[in-house]
Design a protein around this ligand. Structure first.
Ligand SMILES: [Zn+2]
Length: 182
């Protein structure tokens, strides 16, 4: 990234720019000016120049892509049963593939008692916090309540014998007594 390894010659040839024009896009002091002419520019400056001239930097310096790949840290997969090495520019990536990650996760969470307990605790925590789940639980316990069915039968009986049972009115509908009176 910071190595000075991209000569200015191919850039000037391809774009027809003068050295003074590069100075306008990427200003620098005399020392830097001399170094750029002798040893070329870094990826950062090369990218800025190429973009200003309407090119992708890889068009001017194709070796930049190889350098970018070679510069990636080569790491070993964190899964204990995997010997793969992988290249990634993400420092957080620890596994070569999502499969390895899932396998390692399953081993940590399902195949040990400690992991299983933690997993179950996390699940309970999630469902306790979750409002939709809590509403569903209340709904199920309401419909599963035997007292609800007994209350419905009492209401049914009372409606069949309006003179004996308690007076029942259904919300939104007129009572039977009101109908008789009419
Ligand atoms: Zn792996």
């Amino acid at each position: 990234m910071t190595t000075r390894r991209y000569p200015l010659a191919p850039f000037l040839q391809l774009t027809g720019w003068s050295l003074n024009r590069t100075q306008e896009v990427a200003p620098c002091n005399g020392t830097e000016w001399r170094l750029r002419n002798e040893h070329g520019v870094t990826e950062l400056i090369g990218d800025r120049l190429a973009c200003a001239a309407g090119f992708h930097p890889h068009e001017i310096w194709p070796e930049m892509l190889d350098h970018a790949i070679a510069d990636l840290p080569d790491r070993a997969c964190a899964a204990s049963d995997c010997t793969e090495r992988f290249l990634s520019d993400d420092p957080r990536q620890k596994f070569c593939t999502p499969r390895c990650k899932a396998r390692a996760w399953a081993r940590a969470h399902r195949e040990t008692q400690d992991g299983t307990d933690k997993n179950n605790a996390a699940r309970r925590r999630y469902y306790a916090d979750h409002k939709a789940y809590e509403r569903g639980r209340q709904r199920r316990s309401y419909w599963a309540d035997p007292e609800r069915e007994r209350a419905r039968k009492r209401t049914e009986r009372a409606r069949k014998r309006p003179d004996l049972g308690p007076r029942v009115t259904t919300p939104g509908a007129p009572s039977e007594r009101a109908e008789e009176a009419a």
